[in-house]
Design a protein around this ligand. Structure first.
Ligand code: UDP
Ligand code: MN
Length: 311
């Protein structure tokens, strides 16, 4: 029994020793862990800080890249889209044209326009719109139009560019071909969503006449004669905004030299159903003389009197 007792005593002491060792080991590991984490926390913090710096650096470099490579400053990704109806619209207004107006004055009135282009800074525009104006020898009309159209389009919160397609020389004025050239050349420098074909002598009166594209072509001028050809053959209908909104002031002028009425025009219109697929954009040949990025508009000068050399 004594042995038994002794053995029991020994066994008990061993048990206590094991327990104490275990306890010390647990204490040691916990202490070690605490020391480690105390070092790890600042380490982790500085890692996160470093990561943040790297990503923000990458971000600003990307933004710089976007701004420096694109002709038009791109709208940054974090911007929310502009509202469906701009809060800056004013509705109908009576237009007046001051004959003494100068290009410098109009430039000063539109400081946010650069190289003929503008985009809202407060939101991401819903559409990128190219305005195409066929032009020859109507400088005063162009000035009146630019003076009214720039603020008008800015009030509509559009990302837009104004292209004036100028026909050089004295050959017969070809409005439709100039529009085709404008379309092809404008697409070379930006990914436009929408094209507005605009006469130089029609100035919109009401900014609720929104210069954006629908799924269908829209005739912005209501009340003037319009053939609706081509578009009808493509199974499209011409959409028109309400007549009180789509009002324009027409600048009075006499008929231009080199733009005499085409006596063949009714005959040509009758042929459209046969010719529209081959006569137009895909057969549009022209000699491009220059593309100038003026402060208020992009000027594209073309010559239709000579055929470009086929290389
Ligand atoms: N146009 C031009 N110079 C000309 C003839 C026409 O700039 O010598 C352009 C201008 O944009 C004009 C459009 O073509 O608004 C339509 O021509 P016009 O004004 O003669 O047509 P209408 O007054 O009969 O609509
Ligand atoms: Mn006219």
């Amino acid at each position: 029994m004594a042995l038994g007792l002794n053995v029991f005593n020994l066994f008990y002491k061993l048990k206590v020793l094991v327990l104490v060792t275990l306890f010390v080991m647990v204490l040691w590991t916990t202490f070690g862990y605490l020391v480690d984490t105390r070092q790890e926390i600042p380490k982790a913090k500085s890692m996160v800080e470093f990561f943040r710096k790297v990503t923000s650096l990458q971000h600003s470099q990307e933004e710089e890249k976007i701004e420096s490579t694109a002709d038009v400053p791109m709208v940054k990704s974090f911007q929310s889209p502009c509202p469906a109806l701009s809060p800056y619209l004013r509705g109908a207004s009576k237009l007046s044209f001051k004959p003494s107006v100068t290009l410098e004055e109009v430039q000063k009135e539109n400081p946010q326009v650069a190289k003929g282009r503008y985009h809202p800074v407060e939101c991401s525009a819903l559409q990128h719109v190219a305005i195409l104006i066929p032009h020859r020898n109507r400088e005063k009309h162009l000035l009146y139009l630019l003076q009214h159209l720039h603020p008008f389009l800015q009030r509509q919160q559009l990302d837009y560019g104004i292209y004036v397609i100028h026909q050089a020389g004295n050959t017969k004025f070809n409005r439709a071909k100039l529009l085709n050239v404008g379309y092809l050349e404008a697409l070379k420098e930006a990914n436009w969503d929408c094209f507005i074909f605009h006469d130089v002598d029609l100035v919109p009166e009401n900014d609720f006449n929104i210069y954006m594209c629908d799924t269908q072509p829209k005739h912005l001028v209501v009340g003037r004669n319009n053939t609706g050809y081509r578009v009808e053959m493509q199974k499209m209908k011409v959409v028109r905004p309400p007549a009180d909104v789509a009002r324009y002031t027409m600048i009075f002028h006499n008929r231009d030299h080199g733009n005499e009425e085409n006596r063949e025009r009714m005959k040509l219109l009758r042929q459209v159903s046969r010719t529209w697929k081959t006569d137009g954009l895909n057969s549009c040949s022209y000699k491009l003389l220059s593309v100038e990025h003026n402060p208020l508009y992009i000027n594209i000068t073309v010559d239709f009197s000579v055929q470009p050399k086929v290389s």
